[in-house]
Design a protein around this ligand. Structure first.
Ligand SMILES: [Zn+2]
Ligand SMILES: [Zn+2]
Length: 270
């Protein structure tokens, strides 16, 4: 079986001590590709590190973008730095994670909304798909994405808009995003006992729109909840979700892997 972890943070300091082993363990577990997501201060060195990590390992790619937590740090200088990094490596395949987080409110909501829109337009210009983060802001997220991607054909400069990561919304939200062309990615929290709402949303996502992710080092799936998460653990989420769909794990693994590779137009290196 082969899997893809569509969203991980292996460039983070939590993996500085054993990143080689983490990547090897993922490979041994059948995780054939990983999309790292760079985050942090766009005026510092965090994003350069994300590119370095992707450049170092085969089948590890990265996205770059300013997280809603850090929206207040976004300005022209930050944007130019990110664009330069995007152009520096073929391993940068998406812009994100971007979006809205009204749960933590680490940046003022106005700034989050502004910077979300601005980064969508930059990603469109670069013809990069976007990775969306949305927490306690689903209505605004859907409204902005509908405006940016739903209006006219002329606006559809990005062939497939992107990925809704760590889906935590309602079935209606999943429907709306899929209509705009987004793929829906589920993380380890779908395995949590109380997450019946997530499982109900997952059930309406057809297999050809589905992705799986770890969002590591966070959201470790059952039965390892409490431990540090890492890409090899995406296998547990895949097995669990296959149960939700009532299909063999092989089918779910194959579908989610194919979706990812097709979406980004990638071939796996042996
Ligand atoms: Zn996120
Ligand atoms: Zn993330």
């Amino acid at each position: 079986m082969i899997f893809v972890d569509s969203h991980c943070h292996i460039d983070g300091e939590q993996f500085d001590a054993d990143r080689d082993e983490v990547v090897q363990r993922a490979k041994d577990a059948g995780v054939a590709a990983m999309l790292n997501i760079g985050t942090g201060d766009p005026h510092g060195e965090d994003f350069r590190k994300a590119v370095e990590v992707a450049d170092k390992y085969e089948n590890v790619y990265t996205a770059l973008g300013v997280h809603p937590h850090d929206a207040k740090l976004y300005d022209d200088k930050a944007e130019n730095h990110l664009i330069e990094l995007v152009k520096s490596s073929e391993k940068v395949i998406a812009w994100g994670e971007i979006g809205l987080d009204f749960y933590y409110d680490h940046s003022p909501r106005e700034a989050q909304i502004d910077v979300f829109r601005r980064q969508i337009r930059t990603a469109k210009k670069l013809e990069l798909p976007i990775i969306i983060h949305s927490r306690d802001a689903d209505e605004d997220t859907v409204a902005i994405l509908t405006e940016e991607f739903g209006a006219t054909d002329a606006d559809r400069s990005v062939r497939v808009p992107g990925i809704m990561h760590c889906f935590g919304g309602t079935p209606q939200m999943a429907e709306a995003l899929m209509k705009l062309g987004f793929l829906i990615s589920f993380a380890g929290n779908v395995t949590f006992k109380k997450a019946e709402n997530l499982r109900n949303a997952a059930k309406i996502v057809p297999l050809d729109k589905l992705l799986i992710e770890t969002d590591c080092p966070f959201l470790t799936p059952e039965p390892f909840r409490g431990k540090r998460n890492e890409p090899s653990m995406v296998v547990h989420t895949a097995r669990f979700l296959a149960g939700v769909y009532g299909i063999p794990p092989e089918h779910l693994a194959a579908a989610t892997t194919t979706n990812f590779l097709r979406f980004f137009n990638l071939d796996l290196n042996p």
